[in-house]
Design a protein around this ligand. Structure first.
Ligand code: AMX
Length: 439
């Protein structure tokens, strides 16, 4: 059986040739056109970057290398006795474009276990941070601290050809991914569990071990972690965490610099931090209304949120125009494992009324829930109630996709990213020139 690295090289060589051929034969063909509204409006729908690992359809949602979430829940290898896909499998798929066998996945589990020990200097860095520092800040700093061991930077200093860049990027990615569950769990236990830490279990997979080291035992939470880490892994290239990782990496900054930067973007409330904001909003709601609300109470609460000029967290999306399939997967998990949970009842009740209210409100282009509307309710159910931590789980998962793509970006030799910006004065001049009578 070829190792993951060997498998990747069999895919890389023909792909390089393919891209070179495309550029040579069709490089001048137009695939996008940019309006003034798009330039001011966050570049929505402007097709100007390449991302191999996943693609997002506004109606259908995400496909990872062509596979939908229900397909992956069926086809990716599972833990013994488990029903949810292993995150090691999605990493194999994102990197190679092929579904892994159980043996492929077992090899990645073993490889990541071998590389998972946290160096003393990293633990000292994490220990030195204020206990009340936001977990995402700690997470980003922890990833950045590991840059000291960057193989890419060491090899770059010594001198390597551009065609070799992917190889140290692969090694750094494997080292970094291997350590992320332990970093996340360390931050969690340091911040909320009296600095008492739980060592990894060598018999567990990557996601199962994250559940174990956080301190929640039992098979159901391990299954949740596996599903969670699979579905949050990638969402094509234009979202803030993916695009940031890609942009920073394009300067040949290594995996540590790039991912740490991406995590700073994930920590924004309009992006990954929305998962904690959803739980905060639901907790405030339940406190104010004395538990699970009636429909009328909930409708009024949502209107009050909107009339106060705030967003309904977990609803809306820059690309999606239907219920996020990542929401649906989590809803199915809740229906199976925690159908009578009070917070799940609130999440479901919001789903019944919020799309209609948001449509009547008339601002958002997408009144449907995204991934973050559901995840917190599941984590809370199993006892992870410190919702400021939730985005760290998202970050551990998102690393799988953005780092797989970073290896591809170096394999394809993609250049430093440098779009053209313009000033309002320049735009004004274009408008005037277009309106001027033709000579
Ligand atoms: N509640 C209230 N208003 C909303 C809204 C919501 N959930 N979603 C969008 N709007 C508003 C916008 O704020 C904007 O208002 P403005 O014209 O006054 O500026 C208007 O509707 C148009 O926005 P849009 O084009 O529909 O969305 P967008 O592409 O600009 O932003 C997103 C997308 C996700 C940031 C936005 O829907 C939002 O703020 N949602 C709530 C936060 C959230 O759930 N974020 C997580 C997204 C998923 C993820 O990245 N993890």
């Amino acid at each position: 059986m070829p190792s993951l690295k060997e498998k990747f090289t069999t895919k890389m060589v023909p792909m390089r040739e393919k891209v070179q051929g495309i550029l040579k034969q069709s490089g001048e063909m137009k695939i996008s056109d940019v309006s003034i509204a798009q330039a001011y409006g966050g570049m929505r729908s402007v097709k100007c970057m390449v991302w191999e690992t996943s693609a997002l359809d506004p109606i259908e949602g995400i496909r990872f290398r062509g596979f939908t979430i229900p397909e992956l829940r069926e086809k990716l290898p599972k833990a013994p006795g488990g029903e949810e896909p292993l995150p090691e499998g999605i990493f194999y798929l994102l990197l190679t474009g092929e579904l892994p066998t159980a043996a492929d996945v077992a090899e990645i589990t073993k490889e990541w276990q071998k590389r998972s020990a946290l160096p003393g200097y990293l633990l000292d860095t994490l220990k030195s941070l204020p206990k009340d520092m936001h977990p995402m800040t700690q997470f980003s700093l922890g990833i950045l601290a590991l840059q000291k061991d960057s193989i890419f930077m060491e090899r770059y200093r010594k001198g390597m050809s551009k065609m070799e860049h992917w190889e140290p990027m692969y090694e750094d990615t494997m080292n970094l991914l291997a350590k992320l569950p332990a970093i996340a769990a360390y931050i969690y236990r340091q911040s909320y569990k009296g600095d008492k830490h739980i060592p990894a279990d060598p018999n567990l997979d990557w996601g199962g071990n994250l559940a174990h080291m956080v301190g929640v035992e039992g098979p159901a939470f391990k299954e949740l972690m596996r599903l969670y880490l699979v579905i949050h892994s990638d969402h094509e290239g234009g979202n803030v965490s993916a695009h940031t990782t890609h942009l920073v990496g394009s300067a040949l900054s290594d995996a540590y610099y790039s991912l740490s930067a991406g995590m700073n973007g994930l920590a924004g409330p309009l992006h990954g931090l929305a998962n904690q904001e959803v739980l905060r909003w639901i907790m405030d709601l339940m406190k104010e209304l004395g538990g699970v609300p009636t429909k009328d109470q909930l409708v009024k609460y949502i209107w009050d949120t909107l009339n106060a000029g705030k967003v309904v967290p977990g609803y809306g999306h820059a690309v999606l125009r239907k219920t996020d399939p990542r929401y649906v997967a989590q809803r199915e998990f809740a229906q199976k494992h925690l159908p009578n949970d009070d917070i799940f009842k609130v999440v479901s009740a919001v789903y019944e009324v919020a799309p209609d209210i948001l449509t009547k409100h008339g601002k958002t282009k997408n009144p449907w829930p995204n991934v973050d509307a559901h995840s917190g309710c599941l984590l809370w159910h199993y006892g992870v109630t410190e919702y400021d931590f939730y985005t760290v789980f998202f970050g551990v998962s998102r690393a799988l996709g953005v780092l797989a793509q970073l290896i591809w970006s170096r394999a394809l030799g993609l250049p430093i990213e440098r779009p053209k910006s313009v000033t309002t004065e320049w735009i004004d001049a274009q408008i005037k020139a277009a309106a001027a009578p033709k000579q």
